[in-house]
Write a protein that binds this ligand. Structure first.
Ligand code: FMN
Length: 196
């Protein structure tokens, strides 16, 4: 699949098949992240790959999911949890401040590379960073930026044009709908024009 189709077809996945992802594949994802653009080419990012089932479960306990879905319906149910995580760190001895743009570019490389291999992902910013630092033995010069949960998809969310709300929702068939702002609402031609 070409990059344009991958971008259009990618959706955040929060229900996963319990099929392991080979470590070599996870390392390919990190390799794609390593090659992302980096401000001043400082490359302050480091990555913890977690695929050992007990450790995956422990990391999962410190993650929060789909805040717009009530009754915790966004959190992967038992038997649909992610099978791996990559935790993205900013090494503050390399870059004392900033680096979040680098992190975004690197994470998108991971997510799109995973999509190409049929692997679903959920980028996670809502984390118990204190607990994760302790669990993963992260030293003080590294900051946890975000993490990504990974696994083969066990759901097929759909994108739709946003009307009155940006909140994703589950329909009667338990399919996740993700509203996106219209192209016409987000672009400007040659100069800014007030749209909303
Ligand atoms: C920086 C960032 C942090 C996110 N954090 C979480 C999170 O903590 N938990 C979660 O369930 N989803 C999280 N998401 C996923 C978003 O909810 C998701 O991208 C959004 O609903 C749009 O859906 P889409 O990715 O299918 O387009 C995060 C996404 C981004 C970019």
């Amino acid at each position: 699949m070409g990059i344009a189709d991958l971008i259009r077809k990618r959706r955040t996945i929060r229900r996963f098949k319990q099929k392991p992802i080979p470590l070599s594949v996870l390392l390919d994802l990190v390799d794609a992240a390593r090659l992302a653009p980096s401000g001043a080419n400082l490359q302050p990012l480091e990555f913890i790959v977690i695929d050992e089932p007990t450790q995956v479960q422990a990391v999962f306990a410190h993650t929060r999911w789909a805040a717009y879905l009530t009754q915790n319906r966004g959190r992967p149910a038992k038997g649909q949890e992610p099978v791996a995580f990559i935790v993205l760190l900013i090494n503050r001895s390399i870059r004392p401040q900033g680096g979040e743009h680098d992190a975004g570019a690197a994470m998108q490389n991971i997510i799109l590379s995973a999509s190409e291999l049929g692997i679903g992902s959920c980028w996670l910013g809502s984390l118990d960073r204190v607990a994760l630092r302790d669990l993963l033995q992260i030293t003080s010069h590294c900051e946890i930026d975000t993490a990504v949960a990974l696994g083969y998809p066990d759901e097929q969310p759909v994108v739709e044009q946003m009307n009155d709300s940006i909140k994703y929702y589950l329909d009667a068939d338990d399919v996740l709908h993700v509203p996106k702002r219209k192209l016409d609402d987000v672009w400007h031609h040659n100069h800014y024009t007030q749209k909303i």
